[in-house]
Design a protein around this ligand. Structure first.
Ligand SMILES: Nc1ncnc2c1ncn2[C@@H]1O[C@H](COP(=O)(O)OP(=O)(O)OP(=O)(O)O)[C@@H](O)[C@H]1O
Ligand SMILES: [Mg+2]
Length: 692
């Protein structure tokens, strides 16, 4: 008989035995011990427990036990509690749309009873004693062969103890696949600790049976961040920033703790809770990861704890057998809000760290930085309403605070460079410190912690600088090697094989403008002794400028500055005494103080050229006036030799190094002003020599 002769007939359809159906269904809900634990924790939380203790043997395969102090199970419900589709939490299908409990299907305990030996001891607060019941395949069974299957009264605390033993004893293939008990315990710990972090009103412990110490031990009422610290350690918890947002219209809100840019971790950690359910939500995860790709150093991954609450009617919780997934209305809008919120938070906290933007220098040699959105930024931007200004929304990727003198921009895989900016107070250390001249007195720049600046106006001005930065120029200045002075205005510097002439006096304006903004509220202090009179100085300036009534002009200057002296003291370390003297100035670059001959003009301009009415315009114009005060002025030819020596020492060891190590985003205008000119490139020289 050939194969062709075999007639393939349909096999008769039969109804599966209930036990088979139940075991298959159970397998969909309980894949491994950690799934069972999740269900049991949720039941305890639904029962209002304020304390949950978990004990585990052999990764939960041998014993998985959970004890809570919740409301317990009614004795009369014990016979049916492990049957499929029995629940105290849902009556009508419609109730699902407003469900406030984790459970609603009445399947979890049934599933566990189909794949393990399950026992429940439970006591309600008003019962005289506890009852213990044993289950197999959803039904009550005797605890010992030949005994009664009815729940037995026993001693016990209020609440419920559930013990699942020999998990998957009746599904060999599953049991064999779960041999790595360490791995299973890790997963159990992960589930327990995540619920512990999210439910700060409940104390959690998790331990291996027989172990003297619990691996997880959170306290009732401890804050979320305390719990995160307990589970993930201080290093991670200290690097987190808090986020919060509420959308009245959608009735959605979220809060959480997410990595700041200073965070370095090689594995992403997502604790994502939607209406208190621990879920995987790929679109949210992808969007956040994408955002962080452009923010964190290469290879570093984010930590995200997000507690998202949405109107229950807008959430579909019934989309996955293990409830690991949910769907909700207005996903795109809410995800965009999450991304925006994290993004803004990072922007507002980044001043205390370093900034960096990835760019592709080789492809676009002289383009400015704002053309170089990373993928993540593009994605984040695509989620935002299109009407927003993308440039101003550029994420400033942040790097951990490195020593600004030693960290050169890193080369990226793509062959581009990363530009980073140290926002730290200038700490140029190279070389001998110039001896301060006698009449100047310095106070050291503020030690850590830096003051964190949250003023949107300052952040916007910094972003403006970032947008105007020239990638190649920034890199040259960041990595240059000082060769020597040409004169008191110009120096030769080398970058790779090229030699440049730098007009450091012209450049110093940009540098000081930059430092004034980035070290805002973190300056050192230059104490003026003896403190000069503002009125006298303003009179000098007014006269020099040909003001018809210098006396009145000086009065105005003094009044204007005295009226704003609190602001000047707080933001700029500019102190004005009751007697009208100026006692101190900000020290913007260490050991460098401006030419005091410029003080009269500075005071005059501060009063007259600064817009005191609009916050952002004020900071912009005041920074401009301040930077102008600090601009390097070469010594006069009849100045004493030691003044000239000091000047060059300051330029070589303080001013020029403060541009290095990614501390300065150089604007394109430096090129326009011819402040940096390339003199020669080594390969060109070779060619000349070859011809000779
Ligand atoms: N720890 C507990 N304390 C008090 N009651 C409990 C506890 N665990 C389970 N129950 C009761 O047993 C019932 C069945 O639990 P089970 O987890 O099987 O279903 P559910 O929670 O209602 O729904 P789901 O299958 O979606 O979890 C619950 O509805 C609840 O009334
Ligand atoms: Mg349940």
């Amino acid at each position: 008989m050939s194969l062709k002769d075999v007639v393939i007939r349909p096999v008769p359809i039969r109804k599966l035995e209930e036990s088979v159906v139940n075991r298959i269904a159970a397998g969909e809900i309980i894949h491994r011990p950690s799934n069972a634990l999740k269900e049991l924790i949720e039941n305890s939380l639904d029962a209002g427990a304020s304390s949950i203790s978990i004990a585990v043997k052999d990764g939960g395969m041998k014993v998985l036990q959970i004890q809570d102090n919740g409301h317990g199970i009614r004795t009369e419900d014990l016979p049916i509690v492990c049957e499929r589709f029995t629940t105290s939490k849902l009556r009508e299908y419609e109730d699902l749309s407003t469900i406030q409990t984790y459970g609603f299907r009445g399947e979890a305990l049934a599933s566990i009873s189909h794949v393990s030996h399950l026992s429940i001891t439970t006591k309600q607060a008003d019962s005289e004693c506890a009852y213990k019941a044993t289950y197999a395949d959803g039904k009550l069974v005797p605890a010992k062969p030949g005994g009664s299957s009815a729940p037995e009264p026993c001693a016990g605390n209020n609440g419920t103890i559930l013990t699942a033993e020999d998990l998957f004893y009746n599904i060999r293939s599953r049991k064999d696949a779960l041999k790595n008990i360490r791995d299973e315990y890790t997963r159990i710990f992960e589930v327990a600790s995540r619920y512990a972090i999210h439910n700060s009103g409940t104390a959690f412990t998790c331990r291996k049976l027989g172990a003297p110490k619990a691996d997880l031990n959170t306290l009732h009422g401890a804050s979320t961040i305390t719990n995160i610290r307990q589970v993930f350690g201080a290093k991670i918890s200290n690097s987190l920033v808090e986020i919060q947002h509420k959308d009245q219209e959608l009735q959605a809100e979220f809060k959480g703790h997410v990595s700041s840019a200073a965070h370095e971790m090689h594995k992403s950690v997502f604790l994502l809770f939607i209406n208190h359910r621990l879920v995987d939500h790929s679109p949210i995860k992808r969007a956040i990861e994408s955002l962080y790709t452009s923010v964190l150093p290469k290879g570093s991954r984010p930590f995200v704890y997000l507690d998202l609450r949405i109107k229950p009617e807008d959430v579909d919780v019934n989309v996955h057998p293990t409830k690991r997934e949910v769907r909700f209305l207005n996903e795109d809008i809410i995800i965009a809000q999450i991304i925006d919120c994290i993004h803004n938070k990072l922007l507002s906290t980044n001043n205390s760290r370093e900034f960096a933007l990835q760019s592709t220098l080789k492809k676009q040699p002289s383009s400015s930085l704002d053309n170089h959105d990373g993928d993540g930024q593009a994605y984040a931007a695509s989620l935002r309403p299109s009407s927003t200004d993308k440039q101003s929304e550029n994420i400033q990727p942040l790097f951990t605070n490195r020593n600004s003198n030693t960290s050169a921009p890193a080369t990226t895989e793509s062959g581009g460079i990363e530009l980073s900016l140290s926002a730290g107070t200038d700490t140029a250390e190279a070389g001998p410190a110039p001896s301060p001249s006698r009449e100047k007195s310095y106070a050291a720049p503020k030690a850590n912690p830096r003051v964190e600046v949250r003023l949107t106006s300052i952040i916007n001005l910094r972003k403006e600088l970032q947008r105007r930065a020239h990638v190649e120029l920034t890199q040259i200045l960041s990595e240059h090697i000082f060769v020597g002075f040409v004169d008191d205005r110009r120096a030769l510097i080398q970058y790779q094989t090229r030699l440049y002439m730098l007009d450091f006096c012209k450049l110093s304006y940009h540098l000081f403008y930059h430092r004034c903004l980035f070290d805002f509220m973190n300056y050192g202090r230059i104490i003026l002794q003896p403190a000069p009179s503002i009125h006298d100085l303003a009179m000098i300036a007014a006269s020099e400028l040909g003001n018809e009534n210098p006396e009145k002009a000086a009065d105005d200057v003094l009044r204007r500055l005295s009226d704003n002296r609190e602001l000047l003291a707080e933001y700029y370390n500019i102190t004005i005494s009751d007697t009208g003297t100026i006692d101190s100035l900000p020290m913007v670059v260490r050991d460098y103080s401006p030419d005091y001959d410029k003080l009269p003009l500075f005071l005059y301009n501060a009063a007259n050229m600064v817009n005191w009415d609009d916050e952002q315009q004020f900071f912009k114009s005041f920074t401009n006036v301040l930077a102008t005060l600090y601009v390097l002025e070469p010594p006069l030819s009849d100045d004493p030799q030691n003044t000239k020596d000091d000047y060059r020492l300051v330029v070589e060891h303080r001013i020029l190094p403060s541009m290095k190590g990614s501390s300065f985003w150089a604007p394109e205008s430096i090129l326009v002003e011819n402040a940096l000119v390339q003199l020669v490139d080594l390969p060109d020289l070779y060619r000349i020599f070859e011809r000779c």
